[in-house]
Design a binder for this molecule. Structure first.
Ligand code: ZN
Length: 203
């Protein structure tokens, strides 16, 4: 399986990092070794002094597809959850300045937290999805699929031009505003309508 991530999918988040609002989705990948299940600890790596949380809606692909049309995109999603796209912001800033790829800042072990999945027949019936992310019981991010620059359908159509989607692939749909630094000892958790979807302790 592969993990496909969308960057800058909320206007307010693009602005907080002083990025342009994109005209097509910003896409990057993480390997399977990046996965970290809810309940597991995240061990803060030594290569970064500025790891940021980015809480995101995560879609799971239920069947293979390529060149998927927007109108049929919902058929390829069999579940959703919340996750974190951990980002070594200090390394990413260096890579961005040099115009180099982001993998060392984005795709490291444990950088893709994934929560408990909710199975769906038709993701459109679940929308809009609102979510809340907490760092040590303080609300830090609010997500709302209505505020995405690129809709779930547009994301599926766009990325499936380049990558054949396969059963079990995950798509991280971008983070809303409010990203910030994590610290050892933090409890990071997120929920949808009072239901906890994931919880991770930073060690
Ligand atoms: Zn992200």
């Amino acid at each position: 399986m592969k993990i496909i991530c969308i960057g800058r999918n909320y206007v307010a988040h693009a602005q907080e990092l002083a990025n342009e609002v994109p005209t097509s989705p910003v896409v990057f990948l993480k390997p399977q070794t990046a996965l970290l299940k809810s309940g597991d600890a995240f061990y803060h790596p030594e290569f970064s002094k500025d790891i940021h949380y980015e809480c995101e809606l995560v879609l799971r692909i239920g069947k293979a597809g390529k060149y998927i049309q927007e109108e049929f995109a919902y058929k390829y999603i069999d579940a959703y959850t919340l996750g974190i796209d951990f980002t070594a912001r200090d390394l990413q800033d260096i890579q961005k300045q040099k115009g180099l790829p982001w993998e060392i800042a984005k795709a490291f072990d444990g950088s893709a937290v994934v929560g408990e999945f909710t199975q769906v027949k038709d993701i459109r019936e679940e929308l809009p999805i609102y979510f809340t992310f907490y760092q040590n019981n303080v609300i830090k991010q609010h997500g709302d699929t209505n505020l995405m620059i690129f809709s779930i359908e547009k994301i599926i159509a766009y990325v499936s031009q380049f990558f054949t989607l396969q059963q079990g692939d995950l798509i991280y749909t971008g983070t809303p505003a409010g990203v910030g630094k994590i610290n050892i000892g933090d409890v990071l958790r997120a929920g949808i309508a009072e239901e906890e979807i994931f919880r991770v302790l930073v060690k």
